[in-house]
Write a protein that binds this ligand. Structure first.
Ligand code: HEM
Length: 147
């Protein structure tokens, strides 16, 4: 079961990497349309939150330390922050929907928070791998034969 935890944590890190890749695709898409960031938005709103939730349940089942369980749910919380950043940025746009200095300052935080999500996903994977190696290093109980 702990190996499943490692596999899911690895999948989450790959999903976060893909999230950056899809942001790049959106940025280079011409002409910019409402679909330019569709892959990015779908992966961000669906896959990463669901993975984070499942990973947290598995972390509980494999009796991971409380800190690691907390880290496992953090990507879900940080994705909510990603959406709040975009909502706040849009609210600070001008009346015609164009960006303002204030909205751009807020939108920029989306990239920084994305880095935070990647760092957390990396730490969850490292923690999950440590759990598996701790399993391997655990001393085995040897029962001496009764003479
Ligand atoms: C783990 C990292 C990231 C996550 C989880 C994430 C998540 C999201 C989500 C859920 C949306 C859709 C929001 C909505 O439509 O309400 C979104 C949109 C967007 N993201 Fe990200 N994002 C990440 C990283 C990035 C990065 C690194 C960039 C670019 C540097 C970026 C640029 C954008 C842009 C331009 C949009 C479209 C905003 C719009 O439609 O107005 N994201 N992101």
């Amino acid at each position: 079961m702990r190996r499943i935890y490692v596999a899911l944590a690895g999948l989450q890190l790959i999903a976060v990497l893909a999230q950056f890749y899809f942001a790049g695709i959106g940025a280079f898409d011409r002409p910019q349309t409402s679909d330019s960031y569709e892959l990015h938005a779908t992966l961000g709103m669906m896959a990463i939150p669901v993975l984070s939730l499942v990973i947290t349940v598995v972390a509980t089942l494999v009796k991971a330390p409380g800190r690691l369980i907390g880290l496992s749910i953090l990507p879900l919380g940080l994705v909510v922050v990603q959406m709040l950043i975009i909502m706040l940025g849009r609210a600070l746009n001008d009346g015609t929907g164009n960006t303002t200095a204030a909205s751009l300052a807020v939108f920029g935080l989306h990239a920084i928070n994305g880095l935070a999500i990647m760092a957390v996903a990396g730490r969850v994977l490292a923690g999950a791998r440590r759990l598996v190696s701790a399993d391997g290093a655990a001393p085995r109980t040897v029962t001496a034969p009764v003479p």
